[in-house]
Write a protein that binds this ligand. Sequence first.
Ligand SMILES: *Cc1c(COP(=O)(O)O)cnc(C)c1O
Length: 587
Amino acid sequence: MQPTFPKPFSYETFPATGLVAYFSMEIAINPVMPTYSGGLGILAGDTMRSAADLGVPLVAFTLVHRKGYFQQHLDGNGVQSESVQPWDPSDFCTEVPARVTVSVEDRIVTVRAWRYDLVGRYGHVVPIYLLDTDVDGNSGWDRGLTDHLYGGDTNYRLQQEIVLGMGGVRMANALGHHVNVYHMNEGHAALLTLALIERELGGGPLGTPTEADLSLVRQKCVFTTHTPVPAGHDRFSTEQTIRILGGDRTAQLEKLGCYRDGMLNMTLLALKFSRYANGVAMQHAKVSRGMFPEFAIHSITNGVHAPTWVSEPIQQMLDEHIPTWRRDNLYLRNAIDLPEKEILAAHARSKEDLLAEVEFRTGLALDPKVLTLGFARRVATYKRSTLLFTDPERLLEIATAAGGMQIIYAGKAHPQDEPGKALIHKVVEDGARFSNSLLRIVYLENYGWDLGALMTAGVDVWLNTPRRPYEASGTSGMKAALNGVPSLSILDGWWIEGCIEGFTGWAIEDGADDAAEANSLYKKLETAVVPLYLQAPENWARLMRTTLAFNGSYFNTNRMVKQYTRNAYYPVKLIEKAKVQEEAFAD
Ligand SMILES: *Cc1c(COP(=O)(O)O)cnc(C)c1O
């Protein structure tokens, strides 16, 4: 008989040390609310889901994004066009009565909030507040400030960041939340520190904060950076900050050393006012320390919310063999002992589901027996979606040797990213040109949550080809691993930690240039991936098993949120200081 466990009331005794407020420009709350664009938002959502499962006392703030990110349309040649995704927050959320204001340029903008209750596995609720400036009395322009995720220009972005950071802090106050820890998920939220400093000064405009004021703010803030290259950091010109934030604030922030190269640097601002900062993988923390050597930047490697990303067939298998896997993802290590036949059968069902979706969308019937690679992510040039096409003849030879190969692509390019759009066009064109009866290449439209889940579970190998060191972490390969799907990837981001050659997938070796890395990619396909796929299926099943056991048990937000609570929110020294009350685990 399986033992039963008491229902965990909360992850240990955190209420004694207080509430965390989590700030993120995007949060993927559920598949039908278009409040996210990609990796950052999915990570934020998975973090909230695990915090709710673990009973961490946490509330979150984001923007409502009434027009969403965008819906992607691809014509026959792979030319992308976009349309808005309008949605009605009242279909999913409850409006709270509180109103706060922020000043933007010379205007006072009223902010309201929609509350979404995210309920964890044991009933703990994480409220997510979606800030909204579409309020009577605001100007037409201001009413649109919370419409478009990553839309508009840098002026629009800075105004949105005022709403998120400063509006969010004031909304938390107005709602009566006594916040002990403010977590900035990426630099977009850094202006919350400005609101906290002003609050220390009595709520007025920024006078002259003392070292004690600043230290009080610093004691409350935690920051996660996500960007491994200087150009990726959010920055605003002095002219913009004077105009939008105001001259006094600009002068103060300059005095506090938050400008770099004449620009307000949001990463720098967040780092200056955080008692704890971290990158999202070991390598990324190193790279971040290189960019900001004056700060101690720790690392907490990203994860994904396992029950969200494990396919139904794999869930059924895990429920049978490892019934504790949902409450504690560490038990996934026991996947090492799963019966080979069952993991093959579960994967075959996931693959069928994906191929059915491909056929539904494109009319193309792919072969479930054929080796299938998946490549899906935000399309940016550094991700090199066309690396696989460097030598089409060699690719065709590989497909022939494998008895056929299928490659499924998906991904959106930001509407203003012309080189990214050109890449999609090229993948679609090359894909059509190189496809034949042995090599089939499809590009699926409108990559999002549902398609991401189908693809990471349903392909045989997950491919990732970023240029080092641009991939801070990457999380889609983690979703694949939780479904037993190995990765074939450049050693960047999480894969440096996750790659055990031949057991969780394969590394594409570093080369001097794209051609050298393409060569390594082909070589791994020729000498490792294809030969193993052609062997007895049990051998592939053992690879799937080790992938799930080693990487599924670690690269999840269950582990990640515990690390945040232990190392960032409530380090032991803070817990000792607080009067910790023993809470009985209620059944
Ligand atoms: C997981 C996910 C991402 C992030 O994946 P990366 O590997 O970081 O590129 C982006 N978009 C969607 C829809 C996802 O599900």
